[in-house]
Write a protein that binds this ligand. Structure first.
Ligand code: NAD
Length: 479
């Protein structure tokens, strides 16, 4: 079911070879080797740059209708092959098969949305002061783009960037996640079969730092898009800034969750447990810092614990599994450090707290209470199955606390009181705010952060802004 994965350049796969560097692809559930991944050398990157530049000249000249057809065909193929893409994603990423399948099926809709929306990349006519002059605003594709996508939602993160770049008329060199490459490889193959001309989408893997530095520095690249940690995002944005290149950054978050006294606690806990332990908490918009009104804290904690203890952890291929392993060993160490630090700062451990005693990257669903604001867990994104719960007594003060970190990706509020809801919507500083449900990440809605969580939206009618230049044309039409 799982095969070696190659680079994809100019419509051709370049598979791992014994004489060339490659990376072992490991199943995070068993630590067994699944296959090998080819690593790009500088010559491969030069080749990708050259063909992406040549392909751009042709692709940008295609009509919106032609680009739309390719995107729509990709949507159709993804849906028909969703099961096999999802099964391989569970093997290399670890998430439960049902979650992987939902990711592929739901994210196919990004291709459909972009297929529809790319036909509406309008310019405009501006009435001129001089009646002999015609003033136009036109949108042009920025050129050859490079993108770097992470391992937590391998299909989702890549398809957003691929569809936006291609739908706008740009070509792309994508570096997918070395730890969970199969879904991104499937995407490249599907677009090829959907009729995308050679060279428009090129896929590379290898040493992330070497690849990103080389591509960003190349004069061929006009735009850089990255999803990942704030630390790496800042580095790439600085490199791109030195060459004045367009950038969009979808970085980490540490989403505050404010639960007011009027909330339906059972309903809220059901929703939060499902959202928190989905993908083992490795989600940038995961509910992350829980603030609960002191009058309902006891009820909240007992309900939350009850539901958390029922989360079935196991191999993603087991249909009973609700939470799989973490994608990599790094995450286990990070989580353990954050939890140990919280306990040293005086937090109470209510359940979980450590790695599970079995092979694979398994971590216990964890709940901590009364975690001091000084603890690292309250300041750094855990990106794992850990819930810190604290109390509050005043809504204005807790909104200030929620806004106190440099993150600004997502925020959640729960209340049955309309005025409290309005205060939450107005007060929370985040690129995405969801009140009384978990409602973010649709193809038709913008996805992106503010503050250090990045800039530039993916999805929604904003999706193409990152990939288009605005050009003003002033034409004297008669003497
Ligand atoms: P990371 O930022 O080091 O890596 C994230 C992704 O970026 C990986 O796929 C990696 O291969 C790639 N990457 C790393 N360095 C790069 C470079 N110099 N150039 C180009 N690509 C590079 O993070 P990590 O250690 O894999 O995960 C740690 C933290 O990253 C998480 O705890 C979380 O905060 C954040 N993260 C966020 C998202 C998101 O969806 N926003 C996704 C993954 C990780």
């Amino acid at each position: 079911m799982y095969k070696d994965i190659g680079l994809f350049i100019n419509g051709e796969w370049i598979y791992p070879h014994d004489d060339k560097p490659c990376i072992d692809i490991i199943n995070p559930s068993t630590h067994q080797k699944l296959g090998r991944l080819a690593c790009a050398q500088l010559g491969d990157l030069d080749h990708a740059l050259k063909v992406a530049q040549q392909a751009f000249l042709k692709w940008r000249a295609c009509s919106a209708e032609e680009r739309s057809k390719v995107l729509y065909e990709a949507y159709r193929i993804i849906l028909s092959e969703a099961e096999s893409i999802a099964a391989r994603m569970t093997l290399d990423q670890g998430k439960p098969l049902a979650e992987a399948l939902a990711e592929v099926r739901f994210c196919a809709e990004h291709a459909k949305w972009h297929a529809e929306e790319c036909k509406r990349l309008y310019g405009r006519l501006i009435p001129a002061r001089n009646p002999k002059v015609r003033q136009l605003v036109v949108k042009r594709p920025v050129g050859v783009c490079c993108a770097f996508t992470p391992w937590n939602f391998p299909f989702n993160q890549a398809i957003r960037k691929v569809c936006a770049a291609l739908g706008a008329g740009c070509t792309l060199i994508l570096k997918g996640p070395e730890e969970a490459p199969s879904a991104v490889a499937a995407l490249a193959d599907i677009f090829h079969r959907a009729g995308l001309p050679e060279g428009c989408l090129n896929l590379v893997w290898g040493d992330p730092e070497q690849i990103s530095s080389y591509l960003i520095d190349s004069p061929v690249i006009a735009k850089v898009s990255f999803t990942g940690s704030i630390a790496v995002g800042k580095k790439l944005a600085a490199q791109a800034g030195a060459k004045m290149k367009r950038v969009s950054m979808e970085l980490g978050g540490h989403a505050a969750v404010i639960v007011c006294a009027s909330s339906d606690i059972d309903k809220v806990c059901t929703l939060l447990v499902e959202a928190k332990f989905r993908n083992a908490g490795q989600i940038c918009i995961s509910p992350s810092r829980f603030y609960v009104h002191e009058s309902v804290m006891d009820k909240f904690v007992s309900t939350l614990l009850d539901k958390t203890c029922k989360v079935k952890v196991g191999d993603g291929m087991d249909p009973e599994t609700k939470m799989g392993p973490l994608c990599n060993e790094r995450q286990i160490k990070r989580l353990q450090d954050l939890i140990d630090d919280s306990l040293a700062e005086g937090a109470s451990l209510l359940t979980g707290g450590s790695r599970m005693d079995r092979p694979g990257n398994y971590f216990q669903p964890t709940v901590l209470a009364n975690v001091p604001a000084s603890a690292r867990l309250m300041q750094e994104e855990p990106f794992g199955p850990v819930i810190p719960v604290n109390t509050f007594d005043d809504l204005d003060t807790v909104i200030e606390l929620a806004n106190a970190l440099p993150y600004g990706l997502a925020a959640y509020g729960f209340s049955e009181d309309r005025q409290e809801c309005a205060k939450l919507v107005e007060g929370l500083e985040a690129g995405m705010i969801s009140i009384n449900h978990y409602g973010l990440g649709m193809p038709e809605t913008p996805f992106g952060g503010i503050k250090e969580s990045g800039y530039g939206s993916e999805g929604g009618m904003e999706t193409y802004d990152n990939y288009l230049s605005t050009v003003f044309v002033s034409e004297l039409t008669r003497p």
